[in-house]
Ligand binder design. Sequence first.
Ligand SMILES: C[S@@+](CC[C@H](N)C(=O)[O-])C[C@H]1O[C@@H](n2cnc3c(N)ncnc32)[C@H](O)[C@@H]1O
Ligand SMILES: *[C@@H]1O[C@H](CO)[C@@H](O)[C@H](O)[C@H]1NC(C)=O
Ligand SMILES: *[C@@H]1O[C@H](CO)[C@@H](O)[C@H](O)[C@H]1NC(C)=O
Length: 269
Amino acid sequence: MLKLAIIGLTCTTLLILILFGMSNNPTVCEPSENGNSTVNDDTIMSEHLQVEAILHYATSRVIPQQTMEEINISFNILKSLTPCNLLVFGLGHDSFMWSSINPRGTTLFLEEDPKWSRAILKDLSFIRSNTVRYRTTLYEAEKLIEHYNKEPDCWATKSILRGNSKCKLALNMLSNEVYDKEWDIIMIDGPKGYFDQAPGRMSAIYSAAVMARNRKGPGVTHVVMHDVDRDVEKVYAQLFLCRKNLVHGVGKLWHFEIPPALDMNTDFC
Ligand SMILES: C[S@@+](CC[C@H](N)C(=O)[O-])C[C@H]1O[C@@H](n2cnc3c(N)ncnc32)[C@H](O)[C@@H]1O
Ligand SMILES: *[C@@H]1O[C@H](CO)[C@@H](O)[C@H](O)[C@H]1NC(C)=O
Ligand SMILES: *[C@@H]1O[C@H](CO)[C@@H](O)[C@H](O)[C@H]1NC(C)=O
C-alpha cells in the first residue's frame, strides 16, 4: 500500500515537473532594460497558482485518472492557446492541473454531483465550477438518437442550447456565462457514464458540437473526449463531433478540431 502511494507520488511529481518544464513562460526574475522588473500582478498571480499546483500534486496521494499520453494531448493544445476559454465537463483530481496551465484564461467546470464538487473544491476554492442537473440517463442513449432524428429543435439547422427545452440533448440549464463565452477548448470527462442511471455523456457531446458550430471567432473549437472505449461515447462522438474532425486518438482519448459552421443548413457531419 505504502509502496503504491510512493510510486503514485513519484509519478505525479515527475509528471508536473515534465509538464511545467515543457512550458516556456517568462520567469519572474528577468529584469527589463531599464532595471525595472517586468513582473506585474497578473504574472505574480499566475506563477503563484502554478507553484501551488506543484505543491498540491507533489504532496497528493491521489492522481488524475488519465494517462500521461492522454493528458499530454490536452496539455499541448492548452499550452498553445493559453490564455483561453476552457470548459471542462467533470471535476476531478485533474481540475487544479488544467486551471493552473491556463492561469490567465477562463477555466470553468461543469459537475453533476454536488457532493463530489464539495470534496474537490474544499481546498481549491478558486476553481470555478457550476453544478449541472442533467435531463438524461445513460439507459436512454439509444432512444435519444431516435429523438434527435425526429425532433427538428435538435437538428444542426437549429443549433441552439439556451432555451431549447424540446431537444432533450441540448443542455438548456447552463449559466449564461457558458452560452455567452466562446469556448476554445471543451474537455469532456464527465458526467458519469458507466451505469444505467448515470446521466451519460450524450448531452455533453451534443452540446459541445453545437457550441463549436456556433463559434464566431477565428480558429476551431478543440474538443477532447475521454472514455471513448465505451459505445455511447463512440457513437455520439461519431454522430456529432464527426470522424472528419478527429485529429488525434491516444489511449481512451479523442481530440477533435471542429470548425464553425459557415452554412447552418448543413448537417453535423
Ligand atoms: C471520470 S470522472 C473525472 C475524472 C477526472 N478527469 C480525473 O482524472 O480525476 C467523471 C465524473 O465522475 C465522478 N467522479 C470522479 N471520481 C470520483 C470519485 N472518486 N468519487 C465519486 N465520484 C467521482 C464525478 O462526478 C466526475 O464528474
Ligand atoms: C522604472 O520605471 C519607472 C516608470 O516607467 C521610471 O520612472 C523609473 O525611473 C524606472 N526605474 C529604473 C530603475 O529604471
Ligand atoms: C507530449 O507531446 C509533445 C508534442 O507532441 C511531444 O513532443 C512529447 O514527447 C510528448 N510527451 C510525452 C511524455 O508524451
